[in-house]
Design a protein around this ligand. Structure first.
Ligand code: ADP
Length: 482
């Protein structure tokens, strides 16, 4: 899937944060709404229930007072009782009016209607008949009905309160459940979004750091391309431009080395031939001192020639480092060949070789692996004491092929461990420095092993202990080469 990145890294960050925050904001908002709904319902239920209950109870009390005043009036017939009756009736009417304005259930409204109707009938009776024994006889029955309806109104109100509370509880459970399920759905979504954006943000950064690392390691073969926001893509283009520049500089350096060494060869040959002629006495006999000088000249010109050949060899190696001629190789055979080629110096120093090689195959450039091993073995021979033991191991480790070369020489001092792989670097140790060499062997080993996407390490040991490992299967480089 092709992703379209925004123009800048900052926009990517902002978009990422917004998208990741969106579900969380949504959850927050939903929660707030549910909470608001719940609290409104709670307020409504509690508030209106309390008001209706209060009004119903007051109404019941007023009915009792009405009852009392009416009965006193019917028995005593005094105007004072009629006034008390009227005052209570006014309160009765106020309460019924208040209740009528409130939010009532159907049952409550029916009870209220009955109360109003019954009271109206009682009032008609009192107004029309006046204080008579007939009134006194009928009133208890009339007020009993009214009181019963008043009690019914309170009971129905209590029932309404209970059902309101039940509804509230159900709503609370419902809100809790929906918040729970919302969270269940949103948490993985948020994690997924965070993961995706972390990947999108981290990918260009990783690509930049990989690009810089491969430039630092001198791997110029693979072009650098960054997938990401516009500014990161431009950064990738600049890195690739840098890679181009480094390739050009590297080529210039190699050309310079080749020219230099080539140009040096001609005067050197003349020097050597001259010193040969002097030493051989063809141009006249020499005294002992002159012979000694001629010998020194001859020896140094040979040394110089070796160095120049090393230089030429190195530049040739360098020119080849982006190229691998890979195929399936039996590594044990390569070890055998290398040891066989070095038989003479081994015998000359009376050394012993211990081979511990498993059957390992790898997809690699046979000639480069041979040169690599040969450089390690020739160093081991060079730096070992006479009659020393050299041990070569070959084995598989996960997907890698591993070589180890150990000797009984002075080993590599800790200060030199990083530097010995640099071209022309020679060990700082005095006795070791006395041994002739160009300081190029290990730098070639390192170049070749990097080309195979492997690595070389110096391990601790009494003597030198080199460990080389590289993938046995095809890697990007070989596919390019194949
Ligand atoms: P050269 O051997 O020609 O000097 P190399 O690149 O092969 O160059 O080695 C670089 C340095 O590493 C050597 O000068 C030496 O100090 C050290 N070195 C390499 N191999 C060994 C070894 N087997 N034992 C001790 N020192 C070693």
């Amino acid at each position: 899937m092709r992703l379209t990145y925004p123009r800048s890294f900052l926009s990517l960050l902002l978009i990422g944060f917004s998208i990741v925050a969106a579900p969380l904001l949504f959850a927050l908002l939903t929660n707030a709404l549910a909470f608001e709904r719940l609290s409104r319902l709670a307020e409504q239920t509690v508030h209106s229930s309390v008001k209706v209950t209060q009004a119903s109870r007051s109404l019941a009390t007023v009915i009792a007072s009405l009852d009392r005043a009416a009965r006193q009036y019917s028995v005593a017939g005094e105007a004072m009782y009629l006034d008390a009756y009227r005052t209570n009736r006014a309160a009765f009417l106020r309460f019924t009016h208040q209740l009528d304005e409130m939010e009532l259930s159907e049952a409550q409204r029916a009870e209220l209607a009955s109360i109003i109707r019954d009271e109206d009938a009682v009032n008609m009776l009192i107004t029309h008949s006046g204080p008579t024994p007939e009134l006194a006889r009928r009133l208890p029955q009339e007020f009993a009905n009214l009181t019963e309806h008043g009690q019914n109104l309170i009971r129905v109100g209590d029932q309404a309160t209970d059902s309101g509370i039940e509804q509230l509880r159900a709503q609370a459970v419902h809100s809790r459940d929906s918040v729970f399920w919302l969270m269940i759905a949103l948490i993985p979504t948020a994690i997924l979004l965070i993961g995706s954006f972390t990947f999108l943000i981290a990918r260009p950064i990783t690509q930049v750091s990989e690009g810089i690392r491969s430039l630092g390691e001198g791997n110029f073969a693979k072009p650098i391309a960054i997938q990401g926001p516009g500014d990161m893509v431009r950064l990738g283009e600049q890195l690739d431009w840098l890679r181009d520049r480094l390739i050009t500089l590297e080529a210039q350096k190699t050309r310079f080395l080749q020219h230099m060494s080539h140009e040096l060869k001609t005067p050197l040959t003349a020097l050597r031939e001259g010193s040969d002629l002097l030493s051989s006495g063809v141009v006249g006999s020499l005294n002992a001192e002159q012979r000694e000088i001629a010998r020194i000249l001859q020896e140094n010109s040979i040394e110089l020639r070796k160095l120049i050949e090393g230089l030429l060899n190195y530049s040739a190696v360098h020119a080849q480092t982006s190229y691998l001629d890979a195929k399936i190789v039996q590594l044990r055979e390569v070890v055998r060949r290398v040891v066989n080629d070095r038989k003479l110096p081994i015998v000359a120093k009376d050394m012993r070789i211990e081979l511990n090689c498993e059957h390992v195959t790898a997809y690699c450039d046979e000639e480069k692996i041979r040169v690599m091993l040969d450089n390690l073995l020739s160093n081991a021979i060079k730096y070992s004491p006479e009659r020393g033991l050299i041990s070569i191991k070959l084995y598989k480790e996960h997907n890698d092929a591993v070589f180890e070369v150990l000797d009984e020489g002075p080993g590599i001092p800790a200060v030199d461990r990083e530097k010995i792989f640099e071209a022309f670097y020679r060990g700082a140790d005095a006795p070791v420095a006395a041994i002739k060499g160009s300081g190029l062997g290990l730098s070639i080993v390192k170049e070749y092993i990097q080309l195979h996407k492997g690595r070389i390490e110096v391990l601790d040991g009494p003597g030198a202990h080199f460990r080389v490992s590289f993938p046995r299967k095809k890697t990007g480089n070989e596919e390019e080469a194949a």
